[in-house]
Design a protein. Sequence first.
Length: 395
Amino acid sequence: PEIGTNNNWIIGGVDTGIVAGGQNGASAYEEWLAAGNTGSEQDFLDSLIGASGSDGVDGDDGTDGLTPEIGANGNWFIGTTDTGVVAEGQNGDSAYDEWLAAGNTGSVQNFLDSLVGASGSDGVDGDDGTDGLTPEIGANGNWFIGTTDTGVAAEGQNGDSAYDEWLTAGNTGSAQDFLDSLVGASGSDGVDGDDGTDGLTPEIGANGNWFIGTSDTGVAAEGQNGDSAYDEWLAAGNTGSVQDFLDSLVGASGSDGVDGDDGTDGLTPEIGANGNWFIGTTDTGVVAEGQNGDSAYEEWLVAGNTGSAQDFLDSLIGASGSDGVDGDDGTDGLTPEIGANGNWFIGTTDTGVVAEGQNGDSAYEEWLVAGNTGSAQDFLDSLIGASGSDGVDGD
């Protein structure tokens, strides 16, 4: 027998009329209902779930897999096998390129404008930056920047005394001869020299020391009190009372002395002819030495004289001397400058201290360092705030 195209049994070429395939049997759900159960298909499916069996015995640990490593050629290696896959990708597109690739159009400025959202609330203040290096005076008396010795002396050498300068100018005689040459009426003031360019000006702190910026140099700004004119007279070998000293100052006016040679400019700062600290030719107004002793008028009174200051001055008046020659302008102080190699220079001395720091990371790199993950597009998306609520409809 064979099954014909009508699905009946065929014997030879004769159709028996008997269907060869049986009818479809009942489904499992129908069989479940026929067995007397009631409920939905889900109830039937739930009835198939038995109670949980006890845990099986743990299987043996598997062998550790090989950890990929980057080889000397830059490829990923598994064990000693070169996978041929480069471990580090090529540089990605710029943030602007990523913006265009995301379907946006416009110029770089349009891209930058798209990054600006509504102002957020103020963030937490960042930590204070590291203080910059402040010049300080080292143990050897030179200016230091950090731990670098600039080789520049912070304080000039002591100049010659007035008596030594007098001898250098070609005069001869004792200290008393020098003192005698000073007696006469004061000449009129000479013309002021031009102001020099301001250098860096030290200031005196509340503790009386020189400060550069906020750094205490530890150097006292004022010296100890100097000797009085009478003490200097005695030290020069003279003897007598204060009155004897005052009497020695009174005499006929002498001729003008020869102008002294201009002194070589000292390193900034220096003490000027008036006893003040000078930066170049700028008088800071700060006295470098201690307070003056008693004035000549006070000494005159102590010696037993009476009268006003004018009476004292009248006792000293001789013929007026001619005006002195104006002094040359002093050399400007040294100011730190940035050299061609990017370091701070004092004069021609390279301090070795870099004036400008290296470039920082891009905004996307900073985002990743902060613990975020994702593509440049994820970073760009993170910059866009939630949409604001709709405004009130216009009238």
